[in-house]
Design a protein around this ligand. Structure first.
Ligand code: KDG
Length: 339
């Protein structure tokens, strides 16, 4: 028997022996799930993503691992949404407001002053209306799992303390890439400039824009206090985040794997809301400590701003559909009436 033939037989035998282990190795190789988000790792968004990752790994016995990638390293909300739809990325958390270009019904959550408090938001978002809006994502290639809390949004700028409606005149205000926010702040007299969150700090630093609006936690974790002087407490809208999965990816998971992700998402949601609320009040105190000049609008001026901002409601109702508008208003009223 020639040397070549002996070598060929030995190689074939070795390959046959290794195959089952390779298969076994294939079987126990963990699923790596890329989870993108836009805020810093040290933020409410980053902490909740860490909890989600821990819960997934624990529940799957290490067979599913979340690779958390923050600070918009995988792109802006809009870019990540497209990556999920195309199947190039598995998961993300981002703003419902930036999803309006994909699912118009998401604009219902941009309604100024829709919720008076976080409890109302939890009841409506986690109830039938929130689920109905979330389910609309599926026809566009996304699967919504849960809503997290971004929080009530407040105004910062470098021009002047906003104590009355007229103080908004001419302020170049960055807003999310969403027509409700653009139109809302135009009616307040500001020059609304839509930009991705990932470009916001630089835009403030270079004075491309004068101001922005975000919850206290974001203003702190993104260090906007370094480039913003005035903070006006407006609480003009409650902003949700939403945890989504690529439908292309979701559909190839087993029911057990889908349950792991859903259960972990619910645990991360409950953690995130507690963490965000606890940190929000501390964040406001820290922002004052960092030198921001904080003012609260007087009831009269807050009322004027509310009257002005809610003029957008008719447009939102038209865009999302009158049925959804009425259903949402009824759900809010019911949550508000509940003791
Ligand atoms: O990933 C960042 C987004 O969640 C973003 O929506 C945060 O509220 C935000 C904003 O102002 O863009």
């Amino acid at each position: 028997m020639t040397l070549f033939r002996r070598t060929l037989i030995a190689a074939t035998a070795a390959a046959a022996f290794a195959a089952p282990f390779a298969t076994l190795a294939q079987d126990i190789k963990p699923r790596i799930i890329r989870f993108g988000y836009g805020l810093n790792e040290v933020s409410n968004q980053g902490r909740a993503t860490k909890v989600f990752a821990e819960e997934v790994e624990k529940a799957s016995g290490g067979k599913m691992k979340i690779r958390a990638i923050g600070a918009a390293a995988l792109g802006s909300d809009v870019q990540m949404q497209q990556a999920l739809i195309g199947g190039a990325q598995e998961m993300m958390v981002g703003s419902t407001a930036t999803l309006v270009g994909i699912t118009k019904e998401m604009a219902i959550w941009d309604t100024p002053f829709l919720f008076d408090n976080a409890k109302e938001a939890d009841v409506v978002l986690d109830g039938p209306v929130g689920q109905k809006v979330m389910d609309k994502l599926q026809e566009k290639g996304l699967v919504g799992l849960v809503y997290w809390e971004n929080g009530f949004r407040n105004l910062t700028n470098n021009k002047r303390a906003v104590t009355k409606l007229e103080d908004m005149d001419g302020i170049k205000l960055r807003v999310m890439q969403n027509n409700v926010f653009i139109d809302s702040f135009k009616t307040l007299g500001a020059n609304a400039v839509p930009l991705p969150f990932s470009e916001l700090f630089t835009a403030l630093e270079t004075k491309t824009v004068d101001g922005q609006e975000n919850p206290y936690n974001t203003i702190l974790s993104s260090k906007f206090y370094e480039v913003q002087k005035y903070l006006t407490v407006t609480n003009h809208v409650y902003s949700p985040w939403i945890v989504t999965v690529s439908k292309k990816y979701w559909d190839q998971l087993s029911k057990d794997e889908q349950k792991v992700l859903m259960d972990a998402a619910k645990k991360s949601r409950d953690f995130e809301r507690k963490d965000t609320r606890a940190e929000a009040e501390k964040a406001l105190a820290e922002l004052k400590g960092k030198g921001m000049q904080v003012n609260q609008l007087s009831p009269t001026e807050a009322g004027r701003m509310r009257d002005q901002l809610t003029r957008i409601n008719a447009t939102i109702a038209t865009n999302v559909g009158m049925d959804l508008w009425k259903e949402t208003q009824a759900a809010v009223a019911k949550a508000r009436a509940a003791k």
